[in-house]
Design a protein around this ligand. Structure first.
Ligand SMILES: [Zn+2]
Length: 192
């Protein structure tokens, strides 16, 4: 914490915020920061007058990675798409749940899958589950979905969407790898 430019040796006594708490480090204040930002957002907010159906009828399934700004990277505006994110952008049963609702209740027809370079899941293995079990005495029901080959992982995700019995629209499903250093998408051929 002492490396932060905002926290000099005597900064703790100069905060002045009514929410200051001597026992809380900067990380514990992050949600306060977010709530404060929301007040500014709400001040300038105008009801967009939209219903819940995405304008572009597309669902984006992507990794939760902090470097991936989906709306900016894909030219998306508020109301355009459904955004479904998790660690890896993996098509789990819960992603199929969201996609099923997206298509059957809210009218989307296309699915774009976005994984990326330098993903945190590349450094994990399924041993992560066993280590968890050793630590807490219970093995998680979910798979870690770690991978070594990001292209193959995108193909597997496309295949899971295309073979789901619950989805109505499986003819426009495309998968990509986002380069986190260049900002560009590379499409993955599902047939390779
Ligand atoms: Zn990732």
């Amino acid at each position: 914490m002492s490396t932060s430019p905002h926290h000099t040796a005597d900064a703790a006594s100069t905060g002045g915020s009514p929410a200051s708490d001597a026992t809380a480090g900067p990380d514990a204040r992050v949600i306060d920061q977010l709530v404060q930002a929301n007040r500014h957002y709400a001040d300038g907010f105008q009801d967009p007058g939209m219903d819940a159906r995405p304008v572009l009828k597309v669902a984006v399934v992507a990794c939760m990675d902090a470097r991936l700004d989906l709306h900016a990277a894909l030219g998306l505006e508020l109301g355009d798409c459904h955004t479904i994110r998790n660690a890896g952008g993996v098509v789990t049963d819960d992603v199929i749940r969201s996609l099923t609702i997206s298509q059957r209740a809210l009218g989307t027809r296309s699915v774009i899958l976005i994984h990326h370079t330098n993903c945190g899941l590349e450094s994990l293995t399924e041993d992560f589950r066993h280590e968890l079990e050793d630590e807490v005495g219970q093995r998680p029901a979910w798979a870690v979905e770690a991978f070594r080959d990001v292209d193959q992982d995108v193909r597997q995700s496309m295949q899971r969407v295309r073979t789901s019995p619950f989805l109505l629209h499986k003819d426009d499903v495309r998968g990509f790898v986002f380069d986190v250093t260049k900002g560009v998408l590379r499409e993955i051929d599902p047939a390779q």
